[in-house]
Design a protein around this ligand. Structure first.
Ligand SMILES: NC(=O)N[C@@H](CC(=O)O)C(=O)O
Ligand SMILES: [Zn+2]
Ligand SMILES: [Zn+2]
Length: 345
């Protein structure tokens, strides 16, 4: 196959940041995706419907002329988010989900949830109103090895949470392990997962063998090959529970190439091309459309996009960097490397 046309995809897990950074990155996603679920881990986080409405306006204002890209907003759950905030969020029509960051688990998660028990009434309201909970699924216990934090989260948090709220819609975000893929596949229909392109394409050797490569450092951290294989299998299985979420997470070059580098891979400039490469590895390009463009809207109760995108087998070189905020630059994943698929402009 030398070209493939699919319904325009959506990104069900995206970081756009704010202000100058937002202006620098939003065009990359808007060129490919019809919609995206916008992560609320700003400084300060987007914790209220009012803040989500204002953030959405800033995103719309930052879009290139004529773009039809639609940001879908998310609230950042805290220990003190009241159930009434969920009612306001549903009423607004623009907030599509609420995000659980265990406090300390990842970038800008300091205001996250210290103990999910504090959120019980609010989560009950979400279950009642059909508001999905998006989960960064890693325990934060410093005793737990960083490579085991996702698998441990399933046992310690995810299973008890679903036992208590069996009808809650849950998206296990950016899954990275065989345990998570198997858990989601065997859970009830209200449980789904996003998978990033980088976790489908790379194992931890890419980050650590023959030199430490900070642009491959993200959370949850890349795992061993066995887990990558399980993710590829899940993404290409045809199950509607798995869908595209890039977790494209921009950080300035200097904040990545540092003695204490930030977590996050910037994949937005070639998101759909990277997924096509991963699906081709499994000889499953015929499964790409469901994963990228159909399963996500179905889970969120939305219609698929009505236009299409075409991918061509054509080599191109990923730029070494793009402009970012405050005169800084941002290094995309696979900077300077040759990609095999290109989106037709
Ligand atoms: N994935 C990451 O490594 N980083 C994300 C946060 C997140 O999604 O956990 C970020 O905001 O930079
Ligand atoms: Zn996360
Ligand atoms: Zn993320």
């Amino acid at each position: 196959m030398d070209a493939i046309t699919i319904t325009r995809p959506d990104d069900w897990h995206l970081h756009l940041r704010d202000d100058e950074a937002l202006n620098a990155v939003v065009g990359h996603t808007a060129a490919q995706m019809g919609r995206a679920i916008i992560m609320p881990n700003l400084k300060p986080p987007v914790t209220t419907t009012e803040q989500a409405i204002a953030y959405r306006e800033r995103i719309l204002a930052a879009l290139p002329e004529g773009s039809a890209f639609e940001p879908l907003m998310v609230l950042y759950l805290t220990d003190t988010t009241p159930p009434e905030e969920i009612e306001r969020a549903v009423k607004s029509g623009i907030v599509k989900a609420v995000k659980l960051y265990p406090a300390g688990a990842t970038t800008n998660s300091a205001s996250g949830v210290t103990d999910i028990a504090h959120c019980d009434a609010t989560i009950a309201m979400m279950a009642k109103l059909g508001m999905p909970l998006l989960v960064h699924g890693e325990v934060t216990d410093h005793e737990i090895d960083i490579f085991d934090r996702e698998a441990m989260f399933i046992e310690r948090v995810m299973k008890p949470l679903l036992a208590r709220h069996p009808s809650l819609k849950v998206v296990f975000e950016h899954i990275t392990t065989q345990q998570a893929a198997e858990f989601v596949a065997s859970a009830s229909d209200n449980v789904a997962a996003t998978i990033t392109a980088h976790h489908l394409l790379f194992n931890r050797n890419k980050m650590l063998a023959g030199g430490i490569r900070p642009h491959y450092y993200c959370l949850p951290i890349l795992k061993r090959e066995q887990h990558r294989q399980a993710l590829l299998k899940a993404a290409t299985s045809g199950s509607p529970k798995f869908f595209l979420g890039t977790d494209s997470a921009p950080h300035a070059k200097g904040d990545k190439e540092s003695s204490c580098g930030c977590a996050g891979a910037y994949t937005a400039p070639a998101a759909i091309e990277l997924y096509a490469t991963a699906f081709e590895e499994m000889q499953a390009l015929d499964k790409l459309e469901a994963f990228a463009s159909l399963n996500g809207p179905r889970f969120y109760g939305l219609a698929p996009n009505t236009d299409t995108v075409t991918l061509e087998r054509r080599q191109w070189v990923m730029p070494e960097s793009y402009p970012y905020a405050s005169g800084q630059t941002i290094v995309p994943l696979l900077a300077g490397e040759t990609l095999q698929w290109a989106m037709k402009k």
